[in-house]
Write a protein that binds this ligand. Structure first.
Ligand code: MOS
Length: 759
């Protein structure tokens, strides 16, 4: 068991510390930053998806007062340099520099920036520009003329051959060939994409919500051709991110360039519609699965072929089958991931990037196989549970899948499910239950953190992690509070700034583990000094056994003896604050290189199959959904959903549950509501606004419950954190689709599920 034993604040339900500021409007986002004399920037984006700008008529600007500058490819060109794709510290969603030339590669590409005295004048100016294009017919998506297969690039292996798949499929008692499809989707954080850029004495300050302030610092410096020491990025909080603020935007360097040329601060707030094309998105995917089991439901083989839509400039591919098919005991596996390029912007990471589309295919296929074989879907998953990776035989450090499946099944009343589709009616509805497994790699990166204990007993944490709405600031306060015997409210927190002790990007559910353990190290070092002073000193704890001392309620306590933290802090610090800076280096991160890359904004991240040399680290869960399908209209409503999750140590059940239920709700959205519609003729997004890009409202999600299964894994990292940011959404698509099948007998293999699919 874990030697680590919390004293108080760790594990305690704690409201988020920035919550009140957010809901009362006091929270400041990028463009809210008060700067004197700011000008305003607005974007013009391309109406065509493929071709060249031939002319730009700016005569319409004459009628608008207060226009200061128009940036186009004619006056930007090489002034903004291309970033390196994928590696941060220069990472952009694309290697194509904005406004580098007249070429148009996708609809909604930035083609001009207008800067004016007011937001309105800039917006009107951008709308008044007239572009003449030499247009070519674009390829919109998979089947368009001009779309072509290219070599995939990405983080995950795109091919895998293990065992004799063809023999397994041929010999199996039950074997299915199944096609699945998921649509393009866009992360739409509530906070619009926005920034403030200001120069002073050759130094650039940027206020912009970010998941990676260090990569912004280094990436912007590279784009602008200046030293990173001249760029500061401030992102104290973000109004949501979900992957959309992880890489450099196409906008910020242009806003910074305008600010430099005009010698005035410039602010930018993009429109919702522009957010659809100036940041990344989740690309559409296709899957062909062949999957087989024996008469008892033991899986014997799987082939998972996948296709992902990519841009002309980067074959960004997620290749999630390497995860989804290795989580069960399958003796024969074949994986092939393909990339198909079209005239579209480069896709990127969106909450549970590979798992969401790939688990839809895998977890739907398991449901189909269970039905074919006449085996309960929960029983089928339990029968194929494994403690080792089927390919390399490495054990999972901890694996809570079976416990989650059992707990979730009990909570939703799975034993009352009919295995005959369409058998249960309730009022005018068909009622069904579905399930799926959830899983996510437990990931972590290096982090620096600074903890200060004041002589009055309050503490301060400074760490360059990112508060993107998930509760990072509260979590690091809790960790420091726990070790120093304080309440979380007695800890002041600074996060989200490129000048703070750095950590890696907030992505891949790494934030709590990365920053949390660095804060733990720093706080433990201070704690040790207080303990040392207490046992060596003349006070009530003099001569006490250090191992017996706990910290709680502002006191060091051993048996019935106690001493105030504040008194010891004053004594140890000699009346001055005690400052401790520490670096947490996860297992397998090289000591010299790892922190160096991390400090340059490069995402040094280990987890899942890349965690330990001999073991695997994953969190698990199980999703259970009840749907009601209107017998007349075919409308699908989720009436209940339960998720059970085993995700290591939970530092804050309030924010962890919010992450998990938020993920589940988004999963319902992806299954039933969301799709970015692409016009096949123009390759333009036709529903790029909240009027027509559907997301669930309150009435779409009547009941959602996330259960936390205790899991103590001392081998992962000192705090035993696995991360919960993405886990909750994984599996939800399939759980909903499987429930729809159970309710109606209609198997929907293309998302989102629409009334016409089931009517
Ligand atoms: Mo997450 S898609 O790694 O922000």
């Amino acid at each position: 068991m874990n030697a680590f034993r919390p004293d108080g604040a760790i594990g305690r339900a704690t409201p988020r510390i920035e919550g009140a500021a957010k809901v009362t409007g006091r929270a400041r986002y990028g463009a809210d930053q008060p700067v004197a004399g700011a000008l305003f920037a607005a974007l013009a984006t391309s109406a065509i998806a493929r071709g060249r700008i031939v002319a730009i008529d700016q005569s319409g600007l004459a009628r608008i007062a207060g226009i200061r500058m128009v940036l186009t490819h004619a006056n930007v060109g090489k002034a903004v340099k291309p970033g390196r794709w994928f590696l941060n510290g220069g990472a952009m969603s694309t290697t194509a520099a904005p406004l580098a030339g007249p070429q148009v590669r996708y609809a909604g590409q930035i083609v001009a920036v207008v800067v004016a005295d007011s937001f309105e004048a800039a917006r009107d100016g951008a709308a008044a520009l007239r572009f003449t294009y030499a247009e070519e017919a674009p390829a919109a998506s998979f089947d368009s003329p001009g779309a072509r297969e290219v070599k995939p690039r990405g983080l995950n292996p795109t091919t895998l051959d293990h065992g004799d798949v063809d023999a397994a499929l041929a010999a199996a008692a039950h074997s299915l060939t199944l096609d699945y499809e998921t649509p393009a989707q866009h992360h739409n954080p509530l906070e619009l994409f926005q920034t403030t850029c200001a120069w002073r004495d050759g130094r650039l300050e940027v206020w912009e919500s970010s998941q990676s302030v260090r990569s912004q610092k280094f990436g912007l410096a590279k784009q602008l051709g200046i030293s990173p020491s001249r760029v500061e990025v401030h992102s104290p909080l973000a109004g949501g991110a979900f992957g959309s603020r992880g890489d450099l935007s196409q906008v910020t360097a242009l806003v910074a360039l305008a600010a430099k040329r005009l010698a005035r601060p410039v602010k930018y707030v993009g429109s919702r519609r522009q957010g659809f094309t100036t940041r990344t998105f989740r690309a559409e995917t296709r899957h062909k699965l062949r999957i087989a089991c024996d008469a008892a439901g033991k899986l014997t083989g799987i082939e998972h072929l996948s296709w992902e839509l990519v841009s002309r400039t980067e074959a960004f591919t997620l290749a999630g089958a390497d995860t989804t098919s290795r989580l069960y005991a399958i003796p024969a596996i074949r994986i092939r991931a393909h990339a198909v390029e079209a005239d579209r912007q480069t896709p990127g990471f969106m909450r549970a990037p590979p798992e969401v589309p790939f688990a839809f295919a895998m977890e739907s296929a398991l449901d189909e196989l269970a039905h074919t074989a006449g085996i309960d879907p929960v029983a089928l998953r339990l029968a194929n549970d494994t403690n080792v990776d089927p390919v390399n035989g490495k054990p999972f450090v901890t694996r809570g899948l079976a416990a989650c499946l059992r707990a979730g099944a009990k909570a939703i009343g799975w034993d009352r499910r009919s295995s005959t589709p369409g058998a249960v009616r309730g009022g005018g509805d068909y009622v069904g239950l579905g399930c799926a497994s959830a899983f996510y790699a437990a990931q972590i990166g290096p982090a620096d953190a600074e903890v200060t204990l004041m002589s009055d007993g309050r503490a301060r944490v400074r760490v360059g992690t990112h508060e993107i709405g998930q509760g990072a600031a509260t979590l690091v306060a809790q960790v420091a509070a726990d070790r120093l015997g304080l309440a979380a409210a007695e800890v002041d927190v600074e996060v989200g700034d490129s000048e703070l002790p750095p950590t890696i990007l907030q992505g891949g559910s790494t934030g709590a583990a990365s920053a949390g353990n660095a804060v733990l190290m720093a706080a433990e070092a201070i704690r040790a000094r207080l303990v040392q002073a207490a046992v060596a000193g003349p006070g009530p704890l003099g001569g006490a056994d250090p191992a017996e001392i706990r910290f709680r309620d502002g006191m060091l306590v051993a048996g019935n003896r106690a001493e105030r933290v504040a008194d010891l802090a004053a004594a140890v610090g000699g009346g001055k604050p005690i400052v401790q800076r520490s670096t947490h280096l996860p297992a397998r991160v090289p000591p010299g290189l790892g922190p160096m890359l991390m400090r340059r904004g490069i995402p040094v991240m280990l987890g899942g199959h890349r965690m330990f040399r001999k073991r695997l680290g994953y969190s698990f869960g199980a999703q259970f959904v009840e749907v009601r399908v209107d017998a007349v209209t075919g409308e699908v409503r989720v009436s209940r959903m339960v998720g059970a999750f085993a995700a290591g140590r939970i530092i804050n059940p309030v924010t962890a549950r919010a992450q998990l239920t938020g993920g589940m709700i988004w999963g319902v959205s992806a299954a039933l509501h969301e799709a970015t519609e692409i016009d096949p003729r123009t390759a333009r997004y036709v529903n790029a606004d909240f009027g027509e890009y559907h997301i669930p409202v309150h009435a779409d999600v009547p009941q959602v419950e996330a259960m936390l299964i205790d899991e103590d894994d001392p081998t992962l990292n000192p705090l035993g954190i696995k991360g919960v940011g993405e886990l909750g959404i994984v599996g939800m698509n399939a759980a909903v689709a499987n429930a729809v099948f159970n309710a109606t007998g209609r198997r929907v293999r293309r998302l989102p599920i629409r009334p016409e699919d089931v009517i």
